[in-house]
Design a protein around this ligand. Structure first.
Ligand code: SAM
Length: 297
């Protein structure tokens, strides 16, 4: 169960969710018609080893990513990666040169997107998560395609101050992402996160957010009890808060941003991937998700 000051490495608690989405991106990249190719996702999973290697090799038919749920989850991650890759390409085209990956996890965009010269990518996450990523990339001998600055911090702490101390300039436009993050934060921390972004974002800035509407409390409590009884501390429902401070398009829309919200199901259809049945295990999750992109006027 979560506590206010919990911490983790890449294979425990919220840390291993970064490997789970990386494994999904690796499986998407192996398809003949991938929505997005993250060539480093598989590398991270192999570096973690054990079940994570099995996950990307697809060699265990019982693995959660090989089930019907898993098939939809991989499509979801492929779509999400494509959506935010294109979002960042728009920011690059607009000349933005400060990029902030909130909860960077194993997001490899600092190593694979065509950043303009002089771009700085700030990666914020817990210290041991960032260390795993750095060690893996160093071992592989891969260099980032921008200047990459790690900020090892918990996002429930004073991360705006840490960002400024590392050279972030609030007077220049920036592009932000909160992908696969909000569900792991209580509503009050989500509010501070949005407020922190807004306070540091100059006109012309971009923000990209993945968000989920909370499940009904009784359904969530049942899932949480199931997760608890399973004895698996890393079970998804032991890690999430099931809270939402405010829909991002409304919150940013009310503060001088032009925001567009795209329900994940709409986006899946747009990119030619099936939408899971609404009462299926996958559909109950993906149906709650919205992808949001906004620019500050
Ligand atoms: N954004 C990455 C992506 O989409 O591949 C990683 C997503 S992963 C599902 C969740 C990430 O959020 C993990 O890397 C975890 O360490 C990070 N995270 C969650 N809560 C955090 C917090 N309070 N402070 C710092 N990082 C946090």
């Amino acid at each position: 169960m979560r506590t206010d000051d919990d911490n983790w490495d890449i294979t425990t608690s919220v840390g291993q969710t970064a490997l789970f989405v990386a494994a999904s991106r690796a499986l998407e990249a192996r398809k003949p018609d991938p929505l997005a190719v993250d060539e480093y996702a598989e590398v991270f999973c192999r570096a973690a080893g054990g079940d994570w290697t099995v996950a990307v090799e697809g060699s265990d038919p019982e693995h959660p990513l090989q089930t019907e749920f898993g098939e939809h989850f991989v499509n979801f991650q492929g779509a999400r990666t494509k959506y935010f890759d294109e979002y960042f390409r728009r920011a690059i085209d607009a000349g933005v040169k400060q990029v902030v990956l909130l909860a960077a996890g194993l997001d490899s965009r600092a190593y694979r997107l065509p950043w303009a010269d002089g771009t700085v990518v700030y990666e914020l996450d817990q210290p041991r998560v960032l260390a795993f990523k750095r060690d893996t990339m160093d071992e592989l001998g891969v260099s980032p395609t921008a200047e990459r600055r790690e900020i090892a911090i918990d996002l429930r702490e004073d991360w705006p101050q840490a960002l400024r101390s590392n050279g972030f300039d609030p007077a220049r436009p920036s592009a932000w992402i909160a992908e696969g993050l909000l569900i792991y934060l209580p509503a009050a921390a989500q509010e501070r996160l949005f407020a922190g972004i807004d306070a540091l974002a100059a006109p012309g800035s971009f923000v990209g957010v993945e968000e989920a509407v909370p499940m009904p409390a009784d359904a969530f409590d049942a899932k949480r009890a199931e997760a608890h009884a399973s004895g698996d501390e890393n079970a998804f429902f032991n890690l999430v808060y099931n809270q939402q401070h405010a829909p991002a398009n409304q919150w940013f829309g009310a503060r001088g941003w032009n925001a567009v919200a795209t329900p994940l199901h709409e986006y899946l259809t747009r990119v030619g991937r099936p939408v899971p049945g609404q009462d299926s295990e996958a559909g109950l999750m993906t149906g709650t998700i919205t992808l949001v992109a906004a620019t500050k006027r």
